[in-house]
Design a protein around this ligand. Structure first.
Ligand SMILES: [Fe+2]
Length: 352
């Protein structure tokens, strides 16, 4: 079933088809660390271009959010079936007398440091440390954001990445969610700053509120990081679990305007691993699955909430030549975890 903006009849109703009319879809945006080297007048042009792209994206996103459908690579589905199923989890755990333990498990945050051996990684980025905070789901577990803030406060980090699902089904509001994670953002000491992508629970107005707090949101965009004369590219796309569009695929496949020695994909879920691998990405960083939340002893999840690449539900993995990491997430949707502790991850890049 076609998405609303893909129907011929919707074109007049929805005047901003994808990609934005008159705009080269391959043009990538450069920001972050390199933005300081761009002349002011060019920055203005990029800012204008970005505002047009963002306006069109926001309109499409709002329409999808209002539809109560899930837009996936596999097609368009009703949300209700999955919601009904997961809604049974907490009452079932309570009936078994396990509610207190299940909730305590959601607060048992782990710090995991993982070496990722990247082929083609330039020497100045050897040892580069990326802090990943995923699936914060603010407000679901009292005290969790404060626990995470205390954990990351002492870390020496080069870049922090937020891989989506700060909100839960759009709650709290984008403004409130940004306010709630402000102590966590303030605790992060990352020399190249904080970048983020949206998850399936996040709403169209969250990027504005996070950018006001200094997070560089990547909505089907990329940025180039420069260090010692070498560059790596970070491409971040909108969620593809509920809000899939070809724009996400197009962004991953786009020819970068600024050449970089290695590229990293930030995608909320692991469901575009094959696309990113084919496009030559060296590393793919995702979350969304929460590791399954309820796992068999040993960590095998019962549910992953993904349609593609379900085996990449947690931890480090490889697809072709590309390495990947799927975080078990900081937070939860349903307040239950078994054999699947929440995590803050630090990915330490190494030259292969
Ligand atoms: Fe998610």
């Amino acid at each position: 079933m076609a998405a609303p903006w893909q129907n011929e009849g919707a074109a007049a109703f929805f005047p901003c088809p994808s990609p934005a009319a008159g705009v080269d879809a391959n043009l990538s945006l450069v920001g972050g660390a390199e933005a300081a080297h761009i002349p002011a007048e060019t920055m203005n042009d990029l800012g204008l271009y970005r505002s047009v792209i963002r306006r069109d994206w926001r309109l499409r996103r709002m329409q999808m959010e209002a539809s109560r459908q899930r837009y996936t690579r596999a097609g368009t589905f009703s949300k209700s079936k999955l919601m009904r199923l997961t809604g049974l989890v907490e009452p079932a755990i309570a009936a078994l007398g396990l509610r207190r333990r299940a909730l305590a498990n959601t607060l048992a945050l782990e710090l995991n440091e993982i070496d990722m051996a990247i082929s083609g990684l330039p020497e100045p980025f050897d040892g580069y440390r990326i802090l990943q905070l995923s699936d914060l789901h603010v407000g679901r577990v009292p005290g969790l954001i404060e626990t995470a803030a205390a954990m990351v406060g002492g870390l020496d980090i080069d870049l922090a990445v937020l891989t989506g699902d700060i909100q839960t089904r759009g709650h709290p509001s984008a403004a409130a969610a940004a306010t709630e994670i402000a102590p966590l953002l303030a605790a992060v000491r990352a020399s190249d700053g904080i970048v983020g992508v949206l998850g399936n629970h996040d709403r169209h107005d969250l990027p504005d509120h996070l950018e006001q707090r200094g997070v560089r949101m990547l909505v089907n965009e990329d940025l180039v990081l420069e260090r010692g004369g070498a560059r790596i590219r970070i491409t971040g796309v909108d969620d593809v679990n509920n809000f899939y569009t070809e724009d996400a695929v197009r962004a991953l496949r786009a020819t970068p305007e600024t050449p970089a020695a290695a590229s990293i994909a930030l995608v909320h879920s692991p469901e575009l691993a094959d696309v990113a691998s084919d496009a030559g990405y060296a590393l793919y960083v995702a979350g969304h699955t929460h590791g399954g939340q309820i796992c068999l002893p040993g960590g095998k999840p019962l549910l992953t909430a993904t349609e593609y690449h379900r085996k990449f539900a947690a931890g480090a993995w490889r697809y072709g030549r590309m390495l990947g990491y799927t975080s078990r997430g900081v937070g939860v949707g349903r307040r239950v975890r078994f054999n699947c502790p929440p995590e803050v991850a630090v990915l330490r890049l190494k030259r292969a």
